[in-house]
Design a protein around this ligand. Structure first.
Ligand SMILES: Cc1cc2nc3c(=O)[nH]c(=O)nc-3n(C[C@H](O)[C@H](O)[C@H](O)COP(=O)(O)OP(=O)(O)OC[C@H]3O[C@@H](n4cnc5c(N)ncnc54)[C@H](O)[C@@H]3O)c2cc1C
Length: 412
């Protein structure tokens, strides 16, 4: 098998069949091989390269180091030009497509136009095909649907195997996925299976006009610099994007696209885990990831009890309660309320920053809000550089006044 991407080292193979059992694609078999003169026949593993996907399962399974991936497996894809189109993984929960998919379609459209390519969506689920029109309405020109009972809810192994298999067959140039709990777990596996690169938590995506490579920008070194990452030697170029960082593609039900039912091999649907039950997080307040208005408090509140003024304003406005990391680290409010680089990215219509200085890591999570209102006693606080409206003064006096005035004018 010289010159191939994977090979069996005959001198090490003992014919134990572990590799045959490990291969999900029935690509490994045992054959009888004549021994040297006088020696008896040996059973040796042979790999059917037409079936092999280079997933590496046999390499891991072999206890005798008798199967190896060669440099060719890691070599640059022979023909990068054969990879076309921009793909968006359309995440769904209980059959409902998540809004992150629409955000990725909005961004994917720009990338596809810059490449002169098509925008495709990939939808995995059970009895899900009817939802594909929601993706074509948002601009997907083709939707690849894997509709199987085994894909009803997210499971790492079958989802990753199915997505990787589709990517091998259809060769997308770019594959985008939400930086959600599901997305992060899924695409890391897919990138490994495809032997390509992956940039997590991108805040900006663009196409290099000269090379046509995907420029993947994300904060680095604690948010102090923005790094632009390229993946020039392998395809697809894979990136995750956080919820609310990109604008949603606007739905137009008149838009048409092709919906293609994909054939899924049984072997791809195997999973060593299964979900016993699903326990939803109990939210007592408005979820800040979805809120139109957010009132956030920071260290300027001075003590946990003072979060009461933030909660009161939020209650008057029907808003979510956010917080800076300083407030969370101090134990004043749970982490699920943290806004910023290591918290949630939010994009409300109005964001109130009360007693928050506006460090870059906080801004990374909220600066795309339509209107920012900052209340801070320090006129030099960096938050005022991004604020639409700024109030210099003591929040413990201003916020209760604001709540009382709004309560009156809203007739509450
Ligand atoms: C890797 C990394 C990741 C991070 N991720 C995040 C993140 O996700 N989210 C995040 O928020 N931070 C994050 N941080 C921390 C960030 O750098 C800041 O330390 C943090 O945002 C500061 O929070 P703060 O603005 O509440 O506190 P401070 O910076 O201490 O600011 C308090 C502000 O309150 C004002 N103030 C005080 N008293 C009053 C008053 N009575 N009335 C009005 N104003 C008052 C002060 O003038 C000051 O501007 C991260 C840091 C690192 C290194």
């Amino acid at each position: 098998m010289a010159g191939e991407a994977i090979r069996v080292l005959d001198d090490k193979c003992v014919g134990c069949t572990l590799c045959v059992k490990a291969c999900p694609f029935d690509a490994v078999a045992m054959i009888e091989v004549e021994g040297a003169a006088g020696a008896k026949k040996r059973r040796l593993a042979r790999i059917d390269l037409a079936r092999c996907t280079l997933c590496g399962a046999c390499v891991t399974a072999c206890k005798f180091d008798a199967i190896e991936m060669t440099e060719k497996a890691a070599a640059p894809a022979a023909d990068l030009g054969a990879y076309r189109n921009v793909w968006v993984f359309a995440e769904q929960h209980d059959g409902e497509i998540q809004s992150i998919a629409y955000e990725l379609l909005g961004e994917g459209r720009k990338l596809a136009d810059a490449l002169g390519a098509e925008l495709w969506a990939v939808l995995l689920g059970a009895e899900i095909a009817g939802k594909a029109s929601e993706l074509t309405a948002r601009g997907a020109q083709r939707v690849l649907v894997a509709d199987r009972p085994e894909l009803a809810y997210f499971q790492d192994e079958p989802y990753a195997a199915v997505l990787a298999d589709m990517a091998r067959r259809h060769r997308p140039a770019v594959l985008l996925c939400g930086a959600t709990t599901v997305g992060r777990s899924l695409v890391a596996r897919v990138a490994v299976a495809l032997n390509t690169g992956l940039t997590a938590d991108c805040t900006g995506l663009a196409i290099d006009p000269a090379t046509k490579d995907l420029l993947q920008t994300r904060p680095a070194f604690g948010g102090n610099i923005m790094a632009t990452i390229v993946c020039p030697h392998t395809r697809p170029q894979m990136a995750t994007v956080r919820h609310k960082v990109m604008k949603e593609a606007v739905a137009d039900p008149a838009r048409q696209g092709r919906v293609v039912a994909e054939e899924i091999a049984e072997a791809l649907l195997k999973s060593r885990t299964r979900r016993l039950r699903f326990v939803p997080e109990v939210e007592t307040t408005v979820n800040i990831a979805e809120a139109d208005i957010i009132v956030s408090g920071g260290r300027g509140l001075q003590k946990p009890e003072n979060f009461a003024v933030i909660r009161e304003l939020a209650e008057v406005l029907g808003a979510g309660v956010g917080a800076s990391r300083a407030a969370v680290d101090a134990g004043w409010i749970p982490y699920s309320h943290q806004v910023g680089q290591t918290g949630k990215t939010v994009c409300p219509k109005v964001y109130f920053a009360c007693g928050i200085s506006g460090q870059i890591q906080h801004l990374a999570g909220m600066s795309s809000a339509d209107v920012i209102v900052a209340i801070n006693k320090d006129p030099e606080a960096p938050i005022f550089r991004v604020a639409t409206y700024g109030v210099v003064g003591d929040l413990l006096k201003i916020v209760p006044l604001l709540s009382a005035t709004l309560r009156r004018s809203l007739g509450k």
